[in-house]
Write a protein that binds this ligand. Structure first.
Ligand SMILES: [Zn+2]
Length: 226
């Protein structure tokens, strides 16, 4: 942080009565000593002299402290970053495949009532926690979801569950019970389980009920402040 006070001259230095003012006071006293005057007039003249501005002082900070201040300012820029409390589970530019709801019989064993959304960031690309939360499950039952992770969150006082499926086995970087932060990489997207192409099958449950995950994301991802 850049403290302006670090560049200010020492206070005792600035408030010290300048030598010229002291001299002027002495001259005024010796002048008025031989002349009749009221106590009030003497007081005013002394007062005026004592408010004479001190000579302008310039303070040049040592080169070392300039360098330190510059580094601190840069660090502050890096630290002050805003992030939405909810983010996309993969790179936002990823193509979107099947959405939520009924779909045709896309493959043997594929669900016709699709309870999630399919996102295609590419094989091995990161999957992110969509919000702060806790890892409930890390498992791989072979078929179905294959390697998957389930997170639990509390958002606006509501229990939210998010499911990340078809991950790369061995590409999961979290363990059950672990606390995760929004945007944290939890796994690599893959093609495990009942999957016809590398993708992330992503589900959102609000209070235990499935909702359209894309609608939920778009509603909860906040734009950066203006
Ligand atoms: Zn799916």
């Amino acid at each position: 942080m850049l403290h302006s006070s670090s560049f200010a001259p020492p206070r005792t230095h600035a408030s010290r009565k300048p030598a010229t003012a002291v001299l002027a006071s002495a001259l005024a006293v010796s002048f008025w000593a031989g002349h009749p005057m009221t106590a009030e007039a003497a007081e005013v003249s002394v007062e005026r002299e004592t408010v004479v501005a001190p000579p302008v002082q310039t303070y040049t900070p040592p080169a070392a402290s300039i360098a330190t201040a510059a580094v601190s300012a840069v660090r502050e820029d890096l630290v002050v970053t805003w992030k939405s409390p909810v983010q996309w589970p993969v790179a936002e530019s990823s193509p979107i495949g099947d959405g939520f709801g009924y779909r045709g019989n896309v493959c043997a064993g594929c669900s016709t009532n699709h309870l999630g959304a399919d996102l295609f960031p590419g094989y091995g690309e990161p999957a992110f926690a969509v919000a702060d939360g806790v890892v409930r499950t890390v498992a791989n039952h072979g078929s179905g979801w294959g390697q998957h992770v389930i997170l639990e969150h509390v958002i606006d006082g509501r229990a939210i569950t998010t499911v990340y499926a078809h991950l790369v086995p061995g590409g999961v970087s979290v363990v059950p019970g672990q606390t995760v932060e929004v945007g944290q990489i939890i796994a690599q997207t893959g093609n495990s389980g009942t999957s016809t192409a590398p993708h992330l099958h992503f589900e959102v449950l609000v209070g235990g009920s499935h909702v359209d995950p894309l609608t939920w994301l778009r509603r909860n991802i906040l734009p950066p402040p203006a």
